[in-house]
Design a protein around this ligand. Structure first.
Ligand code: PHE
Length: 339
């Protein structure tokens, strides 16, 4: 019996454990419910009565030793740093965390605001559901005038007219009604037109309109501001050209073209081989509009412009299909990730 105790003690003293599996084996053999030390207690009855006390003491010491060794083995298995932790394989590729990214239209809007904020513009907003006055009448669209049909309107109610705004010029009316010049404001936002969805058109799109009203604002200011914008948004050598046009709320009016960012004037499909692409409309605010909004056109003048954020983004990133902006295909969106 004494030999048995001796051999288990030696076993315990010599034991080593190098992984969880061996630790479990150790536990089962020396600590678990039916372990070799417990078996020794079972043999107590075959020990001579006068030796029982001494035997019991030895077996108890053995039990203690098993506990101490077990704790030692556990401590030795615990990693002290990552390099010793065998459960972490540092050669494996990391689990990829995909970050969301800013939508390209939002990025363009933010860039737009950044450029104009530096020259003193603020940002204003207004309702998407508009009344006739703010969307049309104050902007010099005469009643029943075909000009209203230039913008295929979604009417919610007729007479009195309530409609989804067709442009954010309505926001400019609201600003002019509420504020005294000088006014320098940008109106970004969603606008709605009854158009069939295609690669080049959508019934919902985003506009960025700008308005500057002060004493002595001239067409030269309009041109210079838009030159500045084009060079900041695109590149330093971007050319800008103004083409005479018509809008009920501006006089004179002009379409804004920039030199094609793709072929740089050589001629390509995007610019239809003209070297120029249109980015929006502009003009000097019609005196009637100023009057409608309570601003004296004898004292003040102003310019306004409007651009489609989708269009500006398409030209910037050479995107040829408008529908990509709303499909939310991650393969498309993550190309704009700045993370
Ligand atoms: N509101 C016009 C549109 O949506 C754009 C525009 C704004 C044109 C300001 C001239 C001046 O088509």
């Amino acid at each position: 019996m004494a030999e048995k105790i001796e051999s288990i003690r030696n076993e315990l003293n010599d034991s080593t454990v190098s992984n969880q599996e061996e630790l479990e084996k150790f536990r089962l053999r020396y600590i678990g419910r039916k372990n070799v030390i417990a078996d020794l207690f079972g043999e107590m009855k075959s020990v001579a009565p006068e030796e029982r006390k001494g035997f019991g003491q030895k077996v108890n010491e053995l039990k203690q030793l098993a506990q101490t060794k077990f704790q030692e083995h556990i401590t030795n298995l615990e990693p002290t740093d990552d390099s010793q932790d065998k459960s972490v394989d540092l050669t494996l590729p990391s689990a990829s965390d995909s970050f969301g990214s800013i939508h390209p239209l939002t990025a363009t809007k933010q860039r737009f605001i950044e450029i104009f904020e530096r020259i003193g513009f603020n940002v204003s907003s207004g309702p998407e559901i508009e009344d006739d006055w703010h969307n049309f009448t104050a902007l010099n669209f005469p009643e029943n005038h075909p000009a209203r049909e230039m913008q295929d309107t979604f009417f919610i109610e007729k007479d009195p007219d309530v409609a989804l705004r067709t442009h954010t010029s309505s926001v400019q009316v609201r600003v002019m009604e509420q504020q005294e010049p000088p006014i320098r404001t940008l109106s970004p936002g969603r606008v709605f037109r009854n158009e069939a969805i295609s690669a080049r058109a959508h019934c919902i799109f985003h506009q960025m309109e700008g308005l500057y009203v002060d004493k002595g604002v001239s067409f030269a200011d309009l041109k210079q501001t838009l030159y500045h914008f084009a060079r900041e948004m695109y590149s330093k050598n971007t050319e800008v050209r103004f083409r005479p046009s018509y809008f009920p709320f501006t006089e004179p009016s002009a379409e804004i073209d920039i030199s094609c960012q793709i072929c740089h004037g050589e001629g390509c499909n995007i610019c239809k081989h003209t070297g120029w692409v249109e980015i929006g409309g502009s003009g000097m605010v019609d005196p009637n509009v100023l009057k409608n909004c309570g601003i004296d056109p004898e004292v003040y003048s102003g310019f306004a412009f409007g651009m489609g954020i989708e269009r500006i983004t398409m030209l910037k990133h050479q995107i040829t299909d408008l529908r990509l902006f709303t499909e939310n295909d991650i393969r498309f969106l993550k190309q704009f990730s700045t993370l």
